[in-house]
Ligand binder design. Structure first.
Ligand code: XMP
Length: 305
């Protein structure tokens, strides 16, 4: 485990030295990694940093407001409302890797525009150690690694948390005084809720997934999983009132892990599972069925796509 206090001093110094008098830009995702990288960079270079948050429409419930709130002390923060453009680009796309690619490319387009406007010579990224390993091993395409530097011509890239594991990043977040909702927030994939709906990404499916994820996060919090969420995995028959309906099937997943590379499905109490089921089907009349995923990683991945 890192010594968070001295890590922060070193990281701030490293960023200051790397960026000097120039400008830097960072893509904030709402997650703990980029939040910590941004907080470190802001401490190092203040308003020479432009933090950019792209609201893809694929974020968790309340995430955009949370970002505005948490980082309101950064005068240079830019929030880009891009939901329509992301959903438009994803229309008709069903292949999982293609989805990631489309989102990655759209993200780059949005970010590139902001980066050019800010005249930044440096890119700060919240890449952590497991991201680098998975990307180097080509296990999946991470849109938050690589990509950006290829399009925008940066003088340099600064990755202050590149050698840390997730639990170490959280430790640093706490030491930095970031709010609990950020420091303790579960990991969330770069492509967002798009990988929590199987098949084409539609506004309706994303909204079902977002609301269901929120219920799961609230209900399992006391069991302290490494990651827990819900995904829309298809449609099936159910009965609502006196009618048979063809509604969404929502799968609930809660796993224990250290770094996401392997994971164990969590043994949740039946009452918790039933409460989740009852809230998800009760809050959305188009959800007909809720299932619990008992598969470890491997053989399953944590996310569904
Ligand atoms: P999988 O589904 O591959 O996920 O078992 C392992 C961990 O990585 C997260 N994940 C991502 N994180 N960009 C990210 O930053 C991505 O493209 C991405 N895909 C998956 C996932 O939520 C889990 O924590």
């Amino acid at each position: 485990m890192v010594d968070a206090e001295s890590f922060i001093d070193d990281a701030v110094e490293e960023i200051r030295e790397a960026v000097g008098e120039e400008h830097a830009v960072i893509a904030l995702s709402g997650g703990v990694d980029s939040s910590v990288a941004a907080a470190l960079a802001y401490e190092a270079i203040g308003d020479q940093l432009t933090p950019v948050y792209v609201d893809t429409g694929l974020m968790r419930e309340g995430e955009t407001e949370q970002i505005r709130d948490t980082f309101s002390y950064m005068d240079s923060l830019r929030v880009v409302a891009a939901e329509d453009r992301f959903l438009g680009a994803l229309e008709g796309v069903t292949d999982p890797e293609e989805k990631r690619k489309v989102i990655g490319e759209q993200f780059i387009r949005e970010f590139e525009r902001e980066a050019k406007e800010s005249d930044a010579e440096y890119l700060v990224q919240g890449t952590i150690y497991p991201d680098r390993i998975e990307s180097e091993g080509n296990i999946k395409s991470h849109h938050n690694v690589g990509g950006l530097p290829d399009v925008v011509d940066f003088e340099g890239i600064v990755e202050p948390v590149r050698d840390l594991y997730k639990d170490e990043v959280r430790e640093v977040a706490r030491e930095l005084g970031l709010e609990e909702i950020i420091s303790e927030r579960m990991p969330f994939p770069g492509p967002g809720l798009a990988v929590r709906v199987i098949g084409e990404v539609t506004k309706e499916k994303v909204e079902v997934a977002r609301a269901a994820c929120h219920v799961v996060e609230e209900e399992v919090e006391e069991h302290d999983p490494w990651q827990a969420f819900a995904a829309v995995i298809g449609k099936g028959t159910g009965v609502k009132g006196d009618n048979r309906v063809h509604g969404w099937i929502v799968s609930v997943r809660s796993v224990e892990s250290r770094d996401g590379m392997t994971a164990r499905a969590q043994e949740l109490p039946w009452e918790t599972l039933q409460r989740i089921q009852s809230r998800i089907t009760g809050e959305n009349e188009n959800v007909a069925r809720v299932v619990y995923d008992v598969t470890h990683k491997p053989p399953a991945t944590i996310e569904y796509e």
